[in-house]
Design a protein around this ligand. Sequence first.
Ligand code: NAP
Ligand code: G4F
Length: 345
Amino acid sequence: MKLAFITGITGQDGSYLAELLIEKGYKVYGIVRRTSLLYSYSRLDHIRDKIHLEYGDMSDGSSLTNYITSIINNNDNFEVFEIYNLAAQSHVQISFEIPEYTSLIDGIGTLKLLESIRTFKKDIQDKIRFYQAGTSEMYGAVLETPQKETTPFNPQSPYACAKVYSHFLVKNYREGYGMFTCNGILFNHESPRRGANFVTMKIVNGVKKIVEQEKENINDYILTLGNIDSKRDWGHSKDYVYGMWLMLQQDKPDDYVLATGHTYSVREFIEKSFSMKGFEIEWNGEGINEVGIDKRTQRILVKIDEKYFRPCEVDLLLGDATKAETDLGWERKYDLDKLIVDMFD
Ligand code: NAP
Ligand code: G4F
């Protein structure tokens, strides 16, 4: 019997990972927060009867330990127990507003999980494998391009600092205690289940709203964004959760970058998204006065607002996933165009 426990199961990646693990015959467990929004649960509606959910929170170490213990005690003779730590306050800009909370959940939360695994006897510990949801944000103001496993970290936000802390803890528990712990270093990945306040979903929803309004002869909505010149390496969440699973199927634990090896600016993402719905965007003005105009009607469709700028920005992310491709046999099914089409659909 294969067991899996997913923190962050109500999130974008958690829901896709749960689907994948069910398909592979795992018994899947997860925690949900008392305060989880209804829409998060809706990501799990279609598999709700196939997973086991309990209330829990990354700030509450004893509930995590109790839950992990009860999963082990209720499943005699399990073959392997995979723990995927996906829970996080995952919004970079919001981490500047709630830095303490972000550090507690994204940093100390990881420590609580690792410590709770460490309390088990060696025979049980040897059957537990741990995945940590690390991020390309850890490269921050990048010191090398493309970024790979050996590129030094230079984090630019409380979120990224907390994730760097978790990254090194995971390495430390692997080297110090011989635990099977892996770090994924995942570049941006999106999907139709992406949270509405991340830039790709905000753009897709904005374009949809403009298309809908045109049908009604209304034209008061303008898509309002921050820095549109930063560049990201965007993949699809479905491809990336498969990579997480592969990492835990290896003989030895290690750290791996997952990325597409292509980078695009937010501006290019906007242009592509509008063009898929028949709009050509022309840019006028500079800085916060820049606007994106519909070439056909000269109507303003995009504008800039300083409130979406961050105290520190990550200008360029571009990953090199050669190690994952070579050692794990990881392959992607989606490129950027296919991803955007899926998000619209
Ligand atoms: P997401 O959609 O924001 O999901 C985050 C999950 O964490 C949600 O299930 C959320 O629960 C849960 N969570 C938040 N605070 C919690 C707490 N205090 N206790 C327990 N659960 C809590 O994020 P995602 O895009 O799926 O990303 C998954 C993980 O990968 C995150 O750790 C993220 O930092 C990391 N990551 C993401 C990307 C990316 O591009 N998507 C790239 C690299 C790394 P609620 O539903 O209750 O809010
Ligand atoms: O969509 P974003 O908020 O994603 P960001 O900051 O790259 O972080 C995401 O990817 C990380 C992996 O590299 C994850 F670890 C993290 O959890 C999260 O999933 O912003 C992307 C870019 C940024 O440069 C931002 O400044 O878009 C820019 N942007 C411009 N206008 C905006 C907006 N971002 C958001 N969220 N909202 C805007 O209006």
